[in-house]
Design a protein around this ligand. Structure first.
Ligand code: 4AD
Ligand code: MG
Length: 462
């Protein structure tokens, strides 16, 4: 017999027919006449109830059916008498594919803390919460590709091992083939890192943007979607050392076009989740955050507030709220400031533009005022910065001067500068932190709970 997934089974089309399901036991209850076994197979948040007549089954074999065990069940799909489910399986055969010892299987009773579950990253996908989060994560990656494909953007794979520091912030993990016990030395006796990767200094990428620009300057509209790495020692609920980023890059877009795309894209993704992840979102809404669905609906139906950094600073300076870090024109905004603007002042998503150039990356297009650059950050409730982007400096001389001014090694970026030498064009792009998006959509409180195997300072062995 062919296996039916629980999600499909619950639609009830096979009523009166024999079916085969395979999955993991969530609970077993009952009495000496009948056992009720709830089985989940990952295809949905819901379980299907298996009803086993104790007389019909060897009582010994029913003993092996414990929480966490893996089973294959055949039986007839019938209408359920019980509350909370429409169909159930009247079991004919139950095969235990894998035992789960009651004494040692950690997911026995319900209601484990998220902190505890983080310690058992290999088992937490079997909980309702993580099943829901990871199904939503899948749906969102699919929606990313669908959105861009439908718009005629090309998906470009950018390298993970790279010689350049795309953000110029020095937060890179070094990649080396050196014998660390006996490294090559320079004339001065220092370790010769230029020998890292067969004669070149290399690191894990912090962003695919620079290579994305290469592609945009030929293919027009592209996006990347891959892992990125930041060697920052941040122990926050919003930072990971390894996270996934989506970076569209578009020829002939200015900052306004860039903002329009960012807003449309975010709304599309939230809408996609609302339409396609109903049961999982309802579960998370009921379990953790009663405002979740309201918040998601709000984002798709309201326009984002757009204002300049300078205006935001004025608002923050006249705010009644006392901030831990005071704000002056020129300071980088902290998440407390971003969240004040979004959650208290405007009460909607905000796009801030035209930041001071000294707090932003070298590649951003400079404004006429000589002080600001055409940057944009999209700020979301409960999250703070979810997107960072900009129009890029397309003028060769200005870019070269800025690189020099900021003390960046020009020789690493010769190819990037050449894009401005040959057929340069106005262009823009942005980066969406995938885990921050998933945080927003699931309403989870900690970024370590929206990626299967989180990497952070002192992360567990996984
Ligand atoms: O603002 P960031 O650093 O911008 C860039 O990397 C640009 N190259 C993007 C571009 O213009 N193509 O990062 C972009 C986004 C942030 O807004 C945030 O959502 C996410 O990436 N992000 C992180 N997410 C999790 N952990 C971290 N340590 C993150 N750092 C950035
Ligand atoms: Mg940023």
């Amino acid at each position: 017999m062919k296996r039916t997934k629980v999600a499909e089974l619950l639609q009830g089309n096979a009523l009166g027919q024999d079916v085969l399901i395979k999955g993991w036991v969530r609970t077993k209850r009952g009495n000496k006449f009948v056992n009720f076994i709830a089985v989940n197979d990952g295809s949905t948040i819901h379980t299907v109830q298996v009803v086993a007549d104790v007389q019909q089954f060897n009582e010994e074999s029913l003993k092996d059916i414990t929480t966490g065990a893996c089973v294959a069940v055949t039986g007839m799909l019938v209408e359920s008498q019980g509350k909370g489910q429409s169909v159930e399986i009247q079991a004919k055969t139950i095969e235990v594919l894998g035992l789960a010892d009651v004494e040692t299987y950690p997911l026995q009773k319900k209601g484990h803390s998220l902190e505890f579950l983080r310690e058992i990253a290999h088992l937490r996908p079997r909980t309702n919460t993580f099943g829901a989060v990871f199904r939503i994560r899948h749906a969102m990656s699919y929606a990313v590709h669908k959105y861009f494909n439908d718009k005629g953007f090309y998906y470009v794979q950018t390298p993970i091992i790279t010689g350049s520091d795309a953000e110029g912030a020095g937060q890179m993990f070094r990649v080396t083939t050196l014998d660390v016990a006996n490294p090559p030395k320079t004339e001065t006796g220092a370790v010769d890192f230029s020998q890292d990767f067969f004669g070149k200094t290399t690191n894990l990428t912090v962003s695919g943007q620079l290579e994305g620009e290469v592609a945009a300057m030929a293919l027009g509209e592209i996006y990347t979607f891959g892992p990125t790495f930041r060697a920052e020692n941040s122990n926050t609920t919003r930072h990971l050392a390894e996270f996934w980023m989506i970076e569209p890059e578009m020829a002939f877009y200015d900052l306004n076009d860039n903002m329009d795309l960012a807003e449309e894209f975010l709304k599309y993704l939230v809408m996609y989740a609302l339409n396609n992840c109903k049961d999982d979102l309802q579960f998370l809404n009921d379990m953790y955050d009663k405002e979740l669905l309201t918040r998601l609906n709000f984002v798709v139906t309201n326009s984002f507030e757009r204002l300049e950094y300078t205006q935001a600073v004025e608002i923050l300076k006249s705010a009644k709220q006392k901030f831990e870090f005071p704000v002056e024109w020129g300071t980088d905004l902290q998440s407390e400031h971003e969240r004040y603007l979004v959650e208290k002042h405007f009460k909607k998503p905000v796009i801030l533009t035209n930041y001071p150039k000294h707090i932003k990356a070298f590649y951003m297009k400079q404004n006429e005022d000589g002080k600001t650059v055409r940057a944009m950050d999209v700020l979301f409730p409960g999250i703070g910065e979810i997107i960072g982007g900009s129009q890029r400096e397309e003028n060769y001389e200005k870019l070269a001067a800025r690189i020099k001014e900021m003390g960046i090694h020009e020789e690493e970026l010769w190819w990037y500068l050449e894009l401005r030498k040959f057929g340069t064009a106005p262009h823009a792009g942005f980066g969406l932190g995938f885990e921050r998006l998933i945080l927003f959509i699931t309403g989870m409180g900690n970024i370590r709970d929206v990626i299967p195997f989180p990497r952070f300072p002192k992360s567990a062995e996984f």
